[in-house]
Design a binder for this molecule. Structure first.
Ligand code: NAP
Length: 344
């Protein structure tokens, strides 16, 4: 019986109240057991470093997903090739996507099923390149789609301000809002990112949130604040934006990435501007709209093919760079979706 060895990424220590860095992870060698009944052997092609994974790395039990076990392989969204199968649903050579181990090869079984992350599914052969299944045609695209069209619902003439605008979700939300006729303004962490938002994606304006004069720049662009604030970031930036907003403006809370390194895992918000300014505030996850995923993916696919939505991406090559791809998300190393290319 063949015993294969592979490399995997493990979490060495939880990061609570401190910045996540490469030092929290190790690459380890692992021997794979022979396939059990119903398992498949996967070769990982692309992995998706995602901000939600940070919530599984605090060691706290206050996150909606369980904590990663220390010294065990991380699990996250990925695209893989079936190398061997003892599961009648899969045959060798097929491409699949779903929650998989952060390993170059892995035995996939029902133990990796995470309720809100779904199971292993065959990749639609029309998805090309296959890494699109991890951004525009994956969970971030679906988050952007439903966040924009079902939750934010921008109307022609309204101004939508987006934080984290040059990231995966932010960049897609902005493009969808432009299709809907809104005026779109992005906040991002560098002048280069702002230039891409304006020149490549057609945003009406983009501001570097690190600028000392940001508060004033926002007032000049939006004297009574945005009609809609699509928030990926939280923290002091969001508090400042919310104080500028006026009733009946709405805050769409998608994520709070600037707070995830805080003691206790973050997610704290001072609700005084919601109260004082009479704002509405709504959080969401795409899982609420699961029944409508097929139609959303068809629409996103159409927009991609017709060039109405551009997939921004930052692809890091090489499994050994997995820790950098994860820690880099929280330093803003990515423009568009952060992806880790493991094998071609
Ligand atoms: P992303 O925006 O592609 O990547 C993260 C970006 O966040 C970085 O590139 C960085 O851009 C920005 N960032 C990091 N630390 C920051 C800080 N301290 N202050 C301001 N910006 C910071 O990630 P994504 O996958 O699209 O996720 C975006 C947000 O949506 C995250 O908050 C995530 O948790 C959330 N999310 C929500 C759902 C949902 O169901 N609601 C689903 C997926 C993700 P800059 O260079 O501009 O700082």
């Amino acid at each position: 019986m063949t015993h294969r060895t592979t490399r995997c990424v493990v979490l060495d220590s939880y990061a609570n109240g401190t910045a996540l860095s490469e030092s929290h992870f190790s690459l380890e060698s692992k021997t794979l057991a022979p396939l059990a009944e119903s398992q498949v052997l996967l070769q990982t092609l692309v992995l998706s470093p995602d901000p939600y994974m940070r919530g599984r790395m605090t060691g706290m039990d206050n996150f909606f997903l369980p904590q990663f076990e220390l010294r065990a392989p991380l699990v996250g969204f990925g695209v893989a090739r079936i190398l061997e199968s003892r599961n009648p649903a899969f045959t060798p050579g097929q491409l699949v996507h779903g929650s998989i181990e952060w390993a170059e090869m892995s035995n996939w079984g029902a133990n990796l099923y995470v309720a809100s992350l779904g199971s292993l599914e065959l990749l639609d052969p029309q998805i090309k390149p296959h890494r699109r299944a991890l951004d525009v045609l994956g969970i971030t695209g679906l988050t952007a789609y439903f966040g924009a069209l079902e939750v934010a619902r921008p109307r022609r003439g309204e101004t939508l301000l987006i934080s984290g605008a040059a990231g995966s979700i932010g960049s897609i939300v902005g493009q969808i809002a432009k299709i809907r006729g809104a005026r779109v303004i992005g906040l991002a962490g560098s002048d280069r990112k702002c230039a891409v938002l304006k020149e490549q994606l057609g945003f009406d304006a983009a501001l570097n949130y690190r600028s000392a004069s940001l508060e004033q720049q926002l007032r000049e662009l939006m004297p009574t604040g945005p009609d809609i604030y699509f928030d990926n970031v939280g923290g002091p930036l969001t508090q400042m934006v919310m104080w500028q907003m006026q009733r009946p403006a709405r805050v769409i809370e998608c994520g709070q990435i600037s707070t995830y390194d805080q003691d206790g895992g973050g997610w704290n918000l001072d609700i005084r501007p919601i109260h004082g300014q009479g704002l509405s505030w709504e959080g969401f996850t795409p899982v609420q709209f699961q029944e409508f995923f097929p139609a959303a993916l068809a629409q996103l696919g159409y927009w991609l093919r017709s060039g109405k939505v551009i997939a921004l991406e930052t692809v890091i090559n090489g499994f050994e760079n997995a820790p950098r791809s994860l820690a880099g998300l929280f330093r803003g190393d990515n423009l568009g979706k952060m992806l880790l290319n493991v094998a071609d």
